[in-house]
Design a protein around this ligand. Structure first.
Ligand SMILES: [Fe+2]
Ligand SMILES: [Fe+2]
Length: 201
């Protein structure tokens, strides 16, 4: 994978200042959450993991300002994607395109880290801890202000999965209220985590 300064240069060239600052804040928040929720026995592994998480979080919105036409062309270049599922929800295209950039431009290979970028806008069933960390950091970084964000921040510090479910429910309600299409991945994630919560009692 490339160096942090290459990532920052890529972001500076493509993102307006507020989104650039958001990317830095998400990276900081992802690392902070990871430290709260992970316990490494090997300090070397901890350093590598935190550095990679930071890079992945920096990149999560790297394609957010690319025109939809170009994003769609990027997605079409990946035969593994289900374009039918994606076609009705352009707001998630930047996440899938961002994962492609992380892989093709920055040489990121770890599927768990690529999936963290790919599903940061929707969630999906059975998310890895890396996916949850980025999803939640994106939702709670300090500049975020929306109804429920304080509760989400508290939950994220205590229980990643409970926070994830709360966030998925809030997003779902908001999309329904606005009459906007909901992504297949988000709906599947919501159903999956609601079922798990019921099973836990
Ligand atoms: Fe995003
Ligand atoms: Fe973001």
């Amino acid at each position: 994978m490339g160096k942090k300064k290459d990532i920052l240069r890529y972001l500076e060239q493509r993102l307006h200042a507020p989104r650039y600052r958001h990317s830095l804040a998400v990276a900081e928040c992802t690392v902070a959450l990871a430290k709260e929720h992970r316990h490494w026995t090997d300090p070397q592994q901890e350093r590598v993991t935190l550095k990679q998480l930071q890079w992945v979080a920096l990149l999560h919105d790297c394609e957010k300002e690319r025109p939809e036409k170009e994003l769609w062309a990027m997605l079409q270049s990946d035969p593994s994607l289900d374009l039918q599922n994606l076609s009705t929800t352009p707001f998630v295209w930047h996440a899938f395109a961002g994962a492609l950039t992380a892989q093709r431009h920055f040489g990121l290979e770890d599927p768990k880290l690529l999936d963290a970028i790919r599903y940061h806008a929707t969630g999906r069933p059975a998310m890895s801890q890396e996916e949850m960390l980025l999803f939640l950091a994106d939702a709670i970084e300090p500049s975020r202000s929306y109804e429920g964000v304080e509760k989400l921040r508290c939950l994220a510090h205590k229980d990643l999965e409970a926070a994830l479910l709360y966030s998925l429910e809030r997003i779902n309600e908001e999309l329904c209220r606005r009459g906007e299409p909901r992504s297949v991945y988000g709906l599947e994630a919501l159903a999956y985590y609601q079922k798990r919560q019921k099973e836990k009692g």
